[in-house]
Write a protein that binds this ligand. Structure first.
Ligand code: FAD
Length: 638
């Protein structure tokens, strides 16, 4: 029998980014014991890296803003494929979640009259992003950690034990979820340092594991983002939706090669920065798509006036939603008008005084100075698209964040639906606060209602341990595969064949390659021992990356249209017949013992509620919907 440390909790939260921490706070406030597990150091998550801000229609910078405007912007950004109930809850609740952070001790930047300041971002009608310079995520995490410490102090007063109700397990990776009769019974993992196994016996698990970027070669994501939560959910029997929609952020660094992909915040454009090609032309005016015509400025003069007077001018097309800007940059580079290192120029130097740039964008100033030896107060930056965010994720109930597996909840980037085919900048921080809270609440209510807790079976524990240890014990047929080589091949294929612009032959080639890697992963071999062994950790993660990449590729092949973060060269237009269709991925055990088979099916979405439908003009909806879907709209009656 494998040696395993066993612990009992009411709720286990996997992931200590914003969604995870907000879920922990909520479940603990309902009186439950919570374990929070994270793959890297506590406090090191993508949430910390979020720069631009958190979208919430507080109306501080423009009193015309309200939840309905935010809802409309989010639906437009997602090209009306969003789960509308999630988009509604998000828009309604985001302001309260931001205020609540200030009650935990956060301090956002202020307007001159002392209200929370809000900045412009792509796709948002009004300045809406509450921010702390360009280090907003850091403040979010700092504050939620502080709240957790204060709850632990309360627990100490009551029980004499700081960790009586919240305990952090840092540098601990979960590799498998365990179930009994289809219900969650626990989570199994290992300590990164010692390689020893750990088992959490718990009836409720909240997945908050973030993104999948490490399956792509050029990405803003760091090493932990291997789609673990997506894959854990699939193997436990839950479903993924929208996996074809991957966001390529338009502005990642392109030079030097060692930092290619690192993010350049959209806040640079929000604060006045403009995109230019080698002819010094502000090319975004050429790329305003039909669906957004009329909403964006068509001259540089109007665009520049908009920064000072948003009520009487239209916004600059530099701030179109990310998918549009990323495709425009791609086209400029392809047309030979790109910068020396294969990107375009992002110029803030000629737009703001140096002192103002350093004050508003301190991290960007240092990032370029230290990594690329570029002074952004004097020269333009070179930028290009980078794989940044996955809109697809675990299918959840919008109100409770529960998946189709009883006891399994998901929130934040690893859940799907909220952002439709494309996420607006700033909507992730607000998403993880709104749905992190709802997931904590959902898990707490589930546990409170349970009559009997599911049990963990020893055979499941042994199977999870055997799967994790398999790379130390390859089949022994003389063929050994190196996890690093497989990872590099996977990243290259996903980047080249299922990247920003896709076509069927290329996606099919990617699927062939994934099939080959599925076979080769059976022979992945690692050297050494279980103590801090990055080769072994990667071998374990590879299994997840392969599953998730296959979901992305299969969904990308099936959706024969272009929408948001899915662009098909061979199906360039948006097709209204596809708008209400979700592609749902599931996993079933097949012949391959390491990577289960991935199935995909088409499912119709629930139609938009009538009062929400009526928030839009009939003429605008007509660009996305079929006429039949709009018969109940008042605009169709005249
Ligand atoms: P994360 O914050 O990504 O946290 C995931 C957690 O899961 C981590 O603790 C990780 O260690 C843990 N984990 C993963 N797998 C396992 C496992 N197997 N076992 C245990 N633990 C695991 N969004 C905005 O709204 N505004 C912005 O300004 C913004 N800027 C960004 C800048 C950068 C550079 C990046 C990369 C993203 C940015 N985003 C921004 C996106 C946003 O930060 C993320 O989408 C969001 O923070 C995700 O939060 P999360 O809580 O879902 O997960």
């Amino acid at each position: 029998m494998t040696e395993v440390e066993r612990l009992n909790y009411d709720v286990v939260v996997i992931g200590a980014g914003g969604a995870g921490l907000r879920a922990v706070i909520e479940a603990r406030e309902r009186g439950f014991s919570v374990a929070v597990v994270c793959k890297s150091l506590f406090g090191k998550a993508h949430t910390v890296m979020a720069e631009g801000g958190c979208a919430a229609s507080m109306g501080n910078a423009n009193s015309n803003d309200n939840w309905q405007v935010h809802f409309r912007d989010t639906m437009r950004g997602g090209k009306f494929l969003n789960n509308w109930r999630m988009a509604e809850l998000h828009a309604r609740e985001a302001p309260d979640r931001v205020w609540e952070l200030e009650t935990y001790g956060a301090l956002f930047d202020r307007t001159a009259d002392g209200r929370i300041s809000q900045r412009n971002f792509g796709g948002h009608t009004y300045p809406r992003l509450a921010h702390v310079g360009d280090r907003t995520g850091l403040e979010l995490i700092r504050t939620m950690q502080q709240k957790i410490v204060s709850l632990q102090q309360e627990d100490f007063k009551e029980t004499g034990d700081y960790e009586a109700r919240i305990k952090v397990f840092a540098e601990c990776t979960i590799t498998e979820l365990l179930t009994e009769d289809g219900r969650i019974s626990g989570a199994f993992g290992y300590w990164r340092e010692s390689g020893r196994f750990i088992l959490f016996e718990s009836p409720a698990v909240v997945l908050a594991t973030g993104g999948i970027g490490k399956s792509f070669k050029v990405t803003s994501n760091s090493w932990e983002y291997t789609g673990d939560g997506h894959a854990l959910a699939l193997r436990a029997g839950a479903k993924l939706i929208n996996m074809e929609f991957v966001q390529f952020h338009p502005t990642g660094m392109v030079w030097p090669p060692s930092v290619k992909g690192i993010l350049v915040t959209e806040g640079v454009r929000g604060d006045g920065g403009v995109l230019k090609n080698t002819e010094d032309k502000r090319f975004m005016f050429e790329y305003v798509p039909e669906v957004f015509k009329g909403q964006y400025a068509d001259s540089e003069e109007e665009a520049d006036r908009w920064y000072a007077d948003a009520d009487n001018n239209r916004r600059t097309p530099d701030l179109l939603p990310r998918d549009e800007v990323a495709r425009a940059i791609n086209s400029e580079v392809k047309a030979g008008r790109g910068s020396p290192h294969g990107g375009v120029f992002l110029d803030i130097a000629s737009r703001l005084p140096a002192e103002e740039i350093r004050r508003r964008l301190p991290s960007m100033y240092h990032q370029f100075k230290e990594l690329a030896d570029v002074d952004i107060t004097k020269e333009p930056m070179e930028v290009g698209p980078t794989c940044h965010y996955v809109m697809g994720g675990i299918e959840v109930d919008p109100d409770t964040a529960s998946s189709s597996v009883p006891g399994l909840f998901a929130a934040g980037e690893c859940s799907g639906g909220m952002h439709g085919s494309n996420r607006l900048g700033g909507n992730s921080l607000s998403d993880l606060l709104v749905f992190g809270r709802r997931a904590g609440l959902g898990a707490a209510s589930y546990v409170a209602d349970l009559k009997e807790r599911p049990k963990v079976s020893q055979s499941d524990v042994d199977a999870a341990a055997a799967m994790a240890l398999a790379p130390f014990d390859p089949p022994g047929d003389g063929v050994e595969e190196n996890p690093y080589s497989l990872h590099t091949e996977l990243q290259q294929s996903m980047n080249d064949l299922v990247g920003i612009i896709r076509k069927s032959e290329e996606i099919e080639r990617a699927l062939e390659k994934l099939g080959e890697l599925r076979e080769r992963i059976k022979r992945v071999t690692v050297e050494g021992h279980r103590q801090f062994n990055p080769g072994w950790h990667l071998a374990v993660d590879l299994r997840n990356m392969l599953m998730v990449s296959e979901c992305v590729a299969r969904a990308a092949l099936t959706r024969t249209e272009s929408r948001g973060g899915h662009t098909r060269d061979d199906h360039p237009g948006m097709d209204s017949q596809w708008r209400n269709k979700l592609l749902v991925c599931s996993a079933t055990p097949g012949e391959n013992p390491v990577v289960p088979d991935i199935g995909i099916e088409v499912k119709a979405q629930v139609p938009l509620r009538q009062d929400l439908l009526e928030l839009f003009e009939r003429s605008e909806l007509g660009k996305y919907y079929t006429d039949e879907e709009l018969t109940s709209h008042p605009g169709s009656q005249v």
